[in-house]
Design a binder for this molecule. Structure first.
Ligand SMILES: [Zn+2]
Ligand SMILES: [Zn+2]
Ligand SMILES: [Zn+2]
Ligand SMILES: [Zn+2]
Ligand SMILES: [Zn+2]
Ligand SMILES: [Zn+2]
Length: 191
């Protein structure tokens, strides 16, 4: 395990014995969360995303080809974003090192000097210095939390797989008959 890999599993968001991706994503997984046991042959192991050169934008969570994304230059981060202001958090300057919004406090704008100064969300580009961090975040690990917003919509916000299906609509419930007595009467008449 190198020092830059995430200390918690990308799938279930808890710690333990983690397998770190040898690709560009810095992510870690429990082998049981991968659904398949990777071969322990000493070869570098790539997660599905790195092996297929597609990654989720860390902001909007949709998949895109690695080539169409911009990657945070911080070695301990390396998160991917669409090259848009909405996703990357700022306009990209050609040839300039891109550092994502996870390295600055969203409130007071203090930048991370020491890594421990900034605590960050595991699911979205939101980070705070320890002084500004709201009390209602759900802490996963010393410097990693998830925003209260994700806790409320837990498991409903992330589209699954590299080809996210169109947003799910609740199946329309048949409206309860406003006048059950009359309906029953009609049913009786039809007999
Ligand atoms: Zn896991
Ligand atoms: Zn990977
Ligand atoms: Zn995006
Ligand atoms: Zn970053
Ligand atoms: Zn702050
Ligand atoms: Zn968040």
């Amino acid at each position: 395990m190198d020092d830059y890999s995430e200390p918690i599993c990308a799938e279930c968001e808890s710690g333990g014995a983690l397998l770190c991706c040898d690709g560009v994503c810095n992510r870690s997984f429990h082998t049981e969360c991968l659904g398949e046991e990777p071969e322990d042959d000493g070869e570098p192991w790539l997660c599905f995303d790195c092996a297929h050169e597609v990654h989720r934008c860390f902001a909007c969570k949709h998949y895109a080809a690695t080539a169409d994304l911009v990657q945070c230059a911080e070695v301990n981060c390396r998160k991917m974003f669409h090259r848009t202001v909405e996703c990357a958090g700022k306009p990209l300057v050609e040839g300039e090192r891109f550092v994502c919004p996870l390295h600055k406090c969203k409130k007071c704008n203090a930048a991370s000097g020491v890594e421990a100064d900034i605590v960050r969300c595991f699911r979205c580009p939101t980070a705070y210095c320890r002084d500004c961090c709201p009390l209602d975040v759900h802490t996963l690990e010393d410097s990693i939390f998830i925003c209260i917003h994700h806790v409320q919509v837990r498991a409903a916000c992330v589209p699954p797989g590299p080809h996210p299906p169109p947003s799910k609509h609740h199946p329309t419930q048949p409206k309860p008959n406003p006048n059950p007595t009359r309906a029953r009467a009609r049913a009786l008449l039809q007999r």
